[in-house]
Design a protein around this ligand. Structure first.
Ligand code: DMJ
Length: 735
């Protein structure tokens, strides 16, 4: 048995051996043979590998120990058999013979014949004098200490600075502190409980850690604009939640001083014929309303033939479309009992907490618009509260990558989508472009700036895009912000977008220069590319499909006459007259589309090709559903020109409605305006009360009733007051 030390490395081997077996090895007995030490330790030779090998591979049999002999024997066997050790032994065999050998036979201290190399404690400092040549000198001890400290520092350095070790370390630290906390505060402090809670705490820490890493990773993968959008979304959600809470807590909204704008009710026209006609329209309104009230109260619409309620899926399961759409008509016609009954229904029954998908556009123009008008006409807070509540519910529709809203929205989940038939999943110009007026007012009445931000952003997106020939295609993808099919129309799918550009400018007290510019530029593009004159001299607005014209004009397009008349005054002075002429020509063409039918009511669409002019040639375009656009244009033309023909044309329409659409149970649309007798479609549309009858009533009223310099009409004919320059401060005081 031997313990051999080679110069340079053996010192450390011995010291480390001692360290390793401290506690197991006893002090060196007096008189035992001293170790033989080499002369000088040279630093460069203290590389880790030889030290390790030397240390790990020393036979331990010669070490006196208090530990059972098997421990060392096993260690020795194991160490010797390892390949590393084999290599070390190979090297050893070439080294000089051991300086000294000791024998050890026996298992314990007692039985041991002779303790071998008892190792000096590091702290022992043998005096220079008494030091034998084999004992440590002070310098050697000091160097040993230095070497050992360096080794320890190296180990700690590895633990702290290597990435994996730092994780391990943090795990260890978190672990202990968490466990500590848990032990102190946890309900179960038993051992097994602690162990269980340790496992749970560890699992939770691991989970949180992984979650945080994932979130950080997600965030790092996002573009700056996406991160910004996330922040905005979070802010919006917070503000929505707080507004919802406010509404829940009693519907507190910012203080808004209500001032009734001028002309909410009119006075009797001086001319007796006009007075009678006006009274007749009021009577029509009464019949439509009473029938609805009698047969379909609370439903969205009335079926006048079958005398029951009718609900279009445009409103999801929101109820009472006719009530809300009719509120302002009832008010301006001074039907106050009916208005009060409608108000009571709104207070008690109008509910937007529905788990259903609605058309954002339809709900906005009819419900939000109707409630806003009712508020501005009557000053009743319930309408403001309901309008804001619904407006808030529509906001999630704007949660798209571009901020162009979805067409359809589930009011409960806030999940939106587009019409499946719309080109490439696009949103529709006339839908996302017809929110501006209502949203600007919602901002005023709620103090929530989000409303205005949402609709102003739509403009931004549009202004960034190239427009073919200056025209706005009907389809825009809300994800990519790119146009879908290049289909342009001033009728269905496009119409009220143009109307809202002009009206946004007018409603802003003519401060919204952007809206104004967009409107007049768009109108120019429409005139150049879409407006044509038939061989018979009728001006019409065609539709544009990828650069080709379809010579068809919709009933819906007939609103454009009124729009052009309304905008003519704001056009550059050399264009005002021209725009009024265009408006008059459109009014005439639309009137012709009525005149050229058997029932004297206009078809859904009429054509200027195949030898016809202003006539529907396809069966599916021959219906009339009580639409208002032609009468709307007459009303505007009357106001701006006072040409009596417009009142006459309006009166013709009244007569046709009375003759062919009036039934005992209300008013109905007809399936074919060219048929000699009407075939009713059995629907009294809510816009018949909101628009058709209102425009007729105003056509036979004086100009100071809802005067244009104080009011603009939304696309559902709901009057909204001009927001004066000095009123643009958004209220922020909360009641
Ligand atoms: C109304 O709901 C609105 O006028 C809308 O802008 C277009 N269609 C109907 C009436 O026809």
């Amino acid at each position: 048995m031997w313990l051999r030390m080679s110069p340079g490395s053996e010192v450390l081997s011995v010291e480390l051996s001692e360290l390793l077996y401290r506690g197991a090895a006893g002090p060196r007995p007096r008189g035992s043979p001293p170790l033989t030490w080499p002369k000088v330790i040279r630093w460069p030779r203290l590389s880790v590998l030889p030290i390790q090998r030397r240390f790990l591979c020393q036979p331990l049999r010669s070490v006196r120990t208090r530990a059972p002999a098997w421990t060392h024997a096993r260690s020795a066997t194991f160490l010797r058999s390892s390949p590393r050790c084999r290599r070390a032994s190979d090297t050893e065999s070439s080294l000089p013979p051991p300086a000294r050998t000791w024998t050890f036979t026996g298992g314990g201290t007692k039985g041991g014949k002779m303790p071998v190399a008892t190792l000096l404690p590091f702290t022992a400092t043998p005096s220079r004098k008494s030091a034998s040549p084999t004992s440590f000198r002070l310098t050697e001890k000091f160097i040993l200490l230095l070497v050992f400290s360096a080794f320890i520092t190296l180990c700690f350095g590895a633990i702290f600075f290597l990435p994996d070790s730092s994780k391990l370390l943090s795990g260890v630290f978190f672990h202990s502190s968490a466990v500590e906390t848990n032990t102190r505060t946890g309900p179960d402090s038993s051992d097994s409980g602690s162990a269980g809670s340790d496992v749970r705490v560890l699992a939770k820490i691991k989970k949180d850690h992984e979650k945080a890493l994932l979130e950080a990773k997600d965030t790092l993968q996002k573009r700056p604009d996406e991160i910004q959008q996330d922040i905005l979304d979070d802010k919006e959600k917070l503000s929505r939640d707080s507004l919802a809470q406010v509404a829940k807590d009693g519907g507190h909204l910012p203080v808004v001083e209500y001032h009734r704008p001028p002309g909410t009710t009119g006075h009797e026209p001086l001319d007796p014929e006009t007075r009678d006609r006006r009274a007749k329209v009021k009577e029509m309104m009464k019949h439509a309303w009473d029938s609805y009230r009698h047969y379909a109260w609370g439903s969205n619409e009335l079926r006048p033939v079958s005398k029951q309620g009718h609900s279009s899926n445009l409103f999801g399961s929101i109820k009472g479309a006719t009530i809300v759409d009719a509120l302002d008509s009832l008010y301006i016609m001074e039907m106050f009992d009916e208005f009060d009954a409608a108000t009571e229904w709104v207070e008690k029954n109008l509910d937007f907490n529905v788990n259903a998908e609605v058309s954002v556009f339809e709900v906005n123009i009819r419900f939000v618009g109707g409630l806003l008008s009712a508020y501005y006409l009557s000053g009743k807070e319930v309408f403001r509260r309901k309008a804001v509540e619904l407006g808030e519910k529509l906001l999630p529709a704007f949660k798209t990558p571009t901020g162009i809203p979805w067409a359809l929205l589930n009011l409960k989940s806030g999940i939106g989508r587009n019409w499946p038939w719309a080109s490439g999943g696009s949103s529709i110009l006339a839908e996302y472009g017809t929110l501006h007026l209502e949203f600007m007012h919602l901002g005023q009445l709620s103090g929530n700036p989000e409303f205005a931000q949402k609709v102003m952003n739509i403009r931004k997106v549009l202004n960034r895009l190239d427009k073919p020939q200056g025209l706005y295609p009907n389809y825009l993808n809300p994800n990519s912000g790119q146009w879908g099919q290049h289909h342009v129309s001033v009728g269905g799918l496009g119409d009220s977008f143009y109307e809202y550009l002009l009206k946004a400018w007018l409603m802003s007290d003519k401060t919204d220069e952007e809206g104004k510019k967009m409107y007049y530029e768009a109108l120019q593009a429409i005139e150049t590319n879409l407006m044509r004159k038939s061989s018979g001299g009728l001006t019409y607005i065609a539709e544009w499909k990828g650069g080709l014209l379809e010579h068809k004009m919709g009933h819906l397009t007939c609103f454009a006459g009124g729009m052009m008349a309304l905008g003519a005054d704001g056009a550059p002075s050399d264009k005002t007259g021209h725009q009024m002429e265009m408006a008059a020509e459109i009014a005439r063409t639309c009137h012709e589309s009525y005149v050229r039918t058997a029932l004297k009511l206009g078809p859904e669409a009429f054509r200027f090709d195949g030898g016809v002019e202003a006539i529907a040639t396809r069966q599916n375009e021959k219906y009339f559903i009580l639409r208002p656009e032609v009468i709307e244009t007459y009303m505007y033309m009357w106001r701006f020109t006072h040409d009596p023909k417009y009142r006459e044309w309006g009166w013709e329409a009244v007569q046709a409605l009375e003759k062919h659409c009036r039934l005992e149970g209300g008013y109905s649309g007809v399936r074919d305006v060219y048929a000699s007798s009407p075939n009713h479609d059995d629907v009294q549309q809510s816009f018949y009360l909101a628009e058709t009858l209102k425009y007729l009533y105003l056509l036979f009223s004086e100009d100071d009733h809802l005067p244009f310099d104080h009011w603009v009409f939304n696309t559902e004919a709901h009057p909204l007051p001009v927001i004066r320059k000095d009123q643009t401060e958004i209220p922020n005081e909360v009641e």
